[in-house]
Design a protein around this ligand. Structure first.
Ligand SMILES: Cc1cc2nc3c(=O)[nH]c(=O)nc-3n(C[C@H](O)[C@H](O)[C@H](O)COP(=O)(O)OP(=O)(O)OC[C@H]3O[C@@H](n4cnc5c(N)ncnc54)[C@H](O)[C@@H]3O)c2cc1C
Length: 229
């Protein structure tokens, strides 16, 4: 965590910041209790049990009455994975058509090789010399792409055309909003050993906010094998 507890540095140069939230375990409990025209004003032990029951028996809709709004800075290849999550998620992203893209790109610290079959890969760090040469390749290509981008802009080429040379490693920023149910679904898929290392770092950071704001819901999510209702 940085000094600002709502902003979590992620990867080298990125972050996930909680820009706003309206989320509580009590909202889950009351969404369920409305079925019996009753309401609770504070969490009690029996409410924890109710949350565990809802999670286990896949009564998912009471988990939709909350809201997390994040500001995210991430490389494009992470964003492509992230924005596949549609149900209960909203996104608004920095536009490379309207403003100049800054020459910021991600160079992986964890350079790995993949072993095994598709669907069952494991990853191992490469030898230090391979790591350094891969990092130099990634940085060199990105620098060259950004130099070409700047040259085209200087020649009057529109931003929307010049940006086509930019790499998957470039950083972008976007707002991401979701409800607790959709956040759990995202975390179950992306804060997972099957997810790519980089998106997993973002999912871990987002899940920590879920745990902080909705501790009983998060505990039930873990008890349910990290499966969203
Ligand atoms: C490890 C991993 C590897 C992946 N590899 C690939 C890949 O090789 N290629 C690729 O294209 N994608 C890949 N994906 C992306 C994946 O296929 C999903 O698009 C992504 O994980 C979002 O999941 P989702 O659709 O469940 O989420 P959401 O879009 O948030 O949807 C949530 C849930 O809503 C329901 N839902 C949403 N939309 C529909 C719909 N149109 N019809 C019916 N039900 C719907 C489903 O129950 C769904 O699970 C990968 C994801 C992971 C985690």
């Amino acid at each position: 965590m940085s000094d600002d507890p709502t902003t979590v540095p992620v990867l080298d140069g990125g972050f996930l910041a909680l820009d706003g939230a309206f989320a509580s375990d009590l909202a889950v409990v009351n969404a369920a209790r409305v079925s019996f025209n009753s309401t609770s004003s504070a969490m009690e032990e029996r409410d924890e049990g109710l949350i565990r029951y809802l999670m286990r028996d896949r009564h998912g809709s009471p988990f939709e009455h909350g809201y997390f709004r994040f500001l995210v800075k991430a490389p494009i290849f992470v964003v492509r994975e992230h924005h596949r999550h549609r149900a209960g998620h909203s996104y608004n992203e920095w536009s490379g058509r309207y403003s100049r893209i800054e020459a910021e790109f991600y160079v992986p610290d964890y350079v790995r090789t993949q072993v095994g079959k598709p669907g069952a890969y494991t990853f191992e760090s490469v030898a230090p010399d391979v790591r350094e040469s891969a990092r130099a390749e990634i940085a060199g290509q990105a620098e060259s792409a950004f130099a070409a981008y700047e040259r085209m802009l200087e020649q009057g080429v529109a931003k929307e055309v010049a940006r086509t040379v930019l790499p998957l490693s470039m950083f972008t920023k976007y707002f991401w909003s979701c409800n607790p149910r959709s956040l759990m679904h995202f975390c179950s898929l992306r804060n997972s050993e099957h997810a790519q290392f980089e998106i997993r770092q973002y999912a871990e950071a987002a899940e920590a906010f879920l745990a902080q704001l909705m501790p009983s819901t998060h505990a039930a999510f873990l008890a349910n094998g990290r499966s969203a209702p």
